[in-house]
Design a protein around this ligand. Structure first.
Ligand code: NIG
Ligand code: FE
Length: 442
């Protein structure tokens, strides 16, 4: 007797299940080194949820379905979880990129009114409809890169009305894209020109006006805690006000100069502390003893042309729960490629492929309280998959500079097929091209 399901994905060359560890909770140390790979793997799906994983023979013996998609030759992973992004922006900043390449400093560009403030001007000038349209385009691109869950921050409005417009644009854009989305209020991203000489007044406005009014549009509050931006004391004020309004906490900390931001984030019980290029030994120890996830953003260091990657090896050996994210934004990290982030994490931070996979699936899912829903292929979770045209799991970061993702599956349905760039033979056999494939993307 076989059990009926909606769909089978069969003949994955390698299916990375992560089912040889706990379904929920962060993975640390040795637990970051196991992927639960099944050769010739298959997934049974009902109502968008995983019913079982196993070899193709095992799954076919136990389940029957009206539809079977043959993923012969591809490596299939849980959809990537990107837990740190800034996709609500209206204009790119490529001139700044070249100014930095010619020697200008990121913080100096910011102090001179460029950087985040240039994005602020573009967001303020955009209508809600324009900002929504841009944001929606950015959200689709995550799916093209196999990312199925995204944490998205505002933070380029820097006033009540413009942060409200940003969070509304995110809400409206998200409604049109099949991503699992978490929203973060980031009014404390920079000081707007109106308050550059009265910074405490801006902190007061964030705490007393923006947070109470925008909390219903967000799940998290974040702060750019960095010398020259929000001091430790100002950051704490914002984070405490956010918690009082029912928001959970994330923190940009210890990015460029150390400020004890990690210790502060851990002490406040933040769900994540992010960047960490300058994390101290005390910060590593505090993080290792906590459930705060250390989110590393090596694309930022790479794109800014800086040295000072986060000490991933020491953090993993110390027992920190480590995640990787794109930090997608128009200034310091203009990429949505999680596989490119793997490349940089491997070459610059000496992380293994197994650690990179765990750090871009279950650990970021835990940091978003979504580990019961996504991040591994345990039965009961959403069937979110990234399908890669590579020879083996080891080639995820090896195949750099292109997009190895040929298909993204969300809640059991293929939503993106990057057909043009990839192995035409696979489509030539006609096994997989059906109506659902064509329906997903604009
Ligand atoms: O995470 N560090 C602060 N915020 C962003 C950069 C924002 C920007 O330059 O637009 C980051 O890197
Ligand atoms: Fe960021």
């Amino acid at each position: 007797m076989t059990e009926s399901v909606d769909r089978l994905f069969v003949h994955c060359r390698q299916l990375v299940t992560l089912t040889d560890g706990d379904p929920t909770g962060p993975r640390r140390g040795d637990a970051m080194r196991r992927l639960g790979v099944i050769d010739d793997g298959a997934v049974a799906v009902r109502e968008g949820r995983i019913v079982a994983v196993g070899t193709t023979a095992e799954i076919r013996a136990a389940y029957d379905a009206p539809e079977e998609l043959d993923l012969d030759g591809f490596v299939v992973l849980p959809g990537f979880v990107d837990c740190h992004t800034h996709p609500v922006f209206a204009a790119t900043r490529e001139r700044e990129f070249h100014m930095r390449c010619a020697g200008a400093d990121y913080m100096a560009i910011a102090a001179a009114g460029g950087g985040i403030l240039s994005s602020m001007r573009a967001v303020r000038a955009a209508s809600l409809a324009q900002l929504t349209e841009r944001t929606e385009r950015h959200l689709w691109r995550f799916l093209e890169h196999g990312i199925t869950t995204v944490e998205a921050k505002g933070g380029y409005g820097l006033s009540l009305v413009d942060e409200q417009k940003s969070m509304q644009a995110l809400e409206q854009a998200g409604a049109g894209v099949p991503l699992l989305l978490r929203r973060t209020f980031l009014g404390a991203h920079e000081f707007p020109p109106e308050y550059r000489d009265d910074r405490d007044e801006y902190v007061r406005i964030v705490c007393d006006e923006m947070i109470p009014s925008l909390a219903p549009l967000a799940d998290y509050c974040d702060v750019f805690a960095e010398p020259g931006v929000f001091t430790r004391e100002q950051s704490e004020r914002v984070l405490r006000a956010a918690r009082a309004a029912g928001l959970r906490l994330r923190v940009h900390a210890d990015e460029i100069q150390p400020m004890g931001g990690t210790e502060m984030a851990v002490a406040l019980g933040a769900d994540s502390v992010d960047h960490l290029g300058q994390i101290s030994d005390a910060g590593i120890a505090a993080l290792a003893g906590s459930d705060t996830v250390g989110v590393l953003l090596p694309g930022t260091i790479f794109f800014l042309g800086k040295s000072g990657y986060a000490p991933a090896r020491r953090m993993i050996e110390a027992g920190c729960a480590v995640a990787l994210a794109t930090d997608f934004n128009p200034g310091s990290s203009h990429t949505q490629s999680m596989t490119m982030i793997h490349t940089i994490a491997c070459t610059q931070m000496h992380m293994s492929v197994e650690e990179c996979v765990v750090a871009s699936t279950i650990n970021p899912a835990f940091s978003l309280q979504l580990d019961h829903e996504v991040g591994t292929l345990h039965p009961g979770k959403r069937c979110d998959l990234a399908v890669l045209d590579i020879a083996s799991v080891d080639a995820i970061g090896y195949a750099f500079g292109g997009n190895p993702v040929v298909m993204t599956v969300k809640d059991g349905l293929p939503v993106v097929a990057n057909v043009a760039d990839h192995n035409p033979d696979w489509f030539a056999d006609g096994a997989v091209l059906d109506e659902e494939w064509e329906g997903g993307e604009e």
